[in-house]
Design a protein around this ligand. Structure first.
Ligand code: GLP
Length: 269
């Protein structure tokens, strides 16, 4: 696991975007079209802002790129401004100039949610799998909407949101009652199948979750801790989000001394 600590949220966005760009470039070099895994929430917005100009400059690499969202609320109409279909359209599809028919969000309005979950898994498989999955992290350590206790082998399915997650997301709705209670989310097994993952976090409110993810035991009580088993996980965080880490000094040292073969931090320049 590669842990990158930056002084500002802007720098987190730039470094994380550079990592995503590097994966897209190396994917294209193998002759494949990049497949992005994209997340909602405020954490990846800086990454998206830094990545959009790179994508627009590299149409040769990204012209036919596709994207898969992590999750969707159950029972919210797709055209609701806070549905993840709407959020992904605003924050990813439009600024990246992606073909909307290549951007997939689980269908939380389907009559048969199990079939919708399977169709989403099948679409990822048909696209050849996700090359780089962008992630935020919930304050309780969730990724996607995989709340504590989620199975490490899980695939896309219906989950019940914890009250804490609903309270965290209340800011997007008129009241707590208006926040949906259920979701369709990629499973931890689905996320682990991505060839690379890039997780971003900013702010002291995420420090405990980041410490549990990076240095805690691997446990379903902190679903993100499964990323300790991922072959190519990059965690890009601000100093305050890293404040619970005991190895922060080494992480700084490592980034300052990246061997040429691992250099990616200047990809966007
Ligand atoms: C939601 C999303 C997650 C996201 C989390 C954190 O629960 N399903 O994908 O990581 O919120 O959101 P934020 O980045 O706004 O803190």
């Amino acid at each position: 696991m590669e842990v990158v600590i930056a002084p500002t949220a802007d720098e987190v966005g730039r470094l994380a975007a550079a990592k995503v760009a590097q994966v897209c470039r190396s994917t294209a070099e193998t002759g494949r079209t990049p497949v992005l895994g994209v997340a909602t929430g405020s954490s990846p917005l800086g990454l998206y802002a830094s990545l959009a100009p790179w994508i627009n400059r590299h149409r040769d690499i990204m012209r036919d790129a596709s994207a898969f969202a992590l999750d969707e609320y159950v029972g919210l109409p797709k055209d609701h401004p806070e549905s993840y279909a709407s959020v992904i359209a605003r924050t990813v599809t439009e600024p990246f100039g992606l073909d909307p028919s290549r951007v997939h969000v689980p269908d939380g309005s389907a009559d048969d949610l199990n079939a919708a979950a399977q169709a989403f898994e099948d679409a990822i498989t048909a696209a050849g799998g996700v090359d780089v999955q962008i992630l935020g992290i919930g304050s309780n350590g969730h990724i996607g909407f995989n709340e504590p206790g989620s199975s490490f082998g899980s695939r896309t399915r219906v989950k019940t949101l914890t009250e804490q997650t609903r309270r965290d997301n209340q800011r997007f709705f008129d009241s707590l009652d208006a926040v949906p209670t259920h979701c369709l989310t990629q499973g931890l097994g689905t996320i682990m199948d991505a060839r690379h993952v890039v997780l971003v976090a900013q702010g002291a409110a995420k420090a405990d979750a980041i410490a549990a993810l990076v240095e805690g035991p691997v446990t379903a009580s902190c679903p993100a801790s499964i990323l300790q088993f991922h072959r190519h996980a990059t965690i890009v965080i601000t100093d305050d989000a890293a404040s619970g880490l005991t190895a922060a000094a080494h992480n700084h040292y490592q980034l300052d001394n990246l061997p040429e073969v691992q250099r990616w931090t200047h990809e966007l320049e």
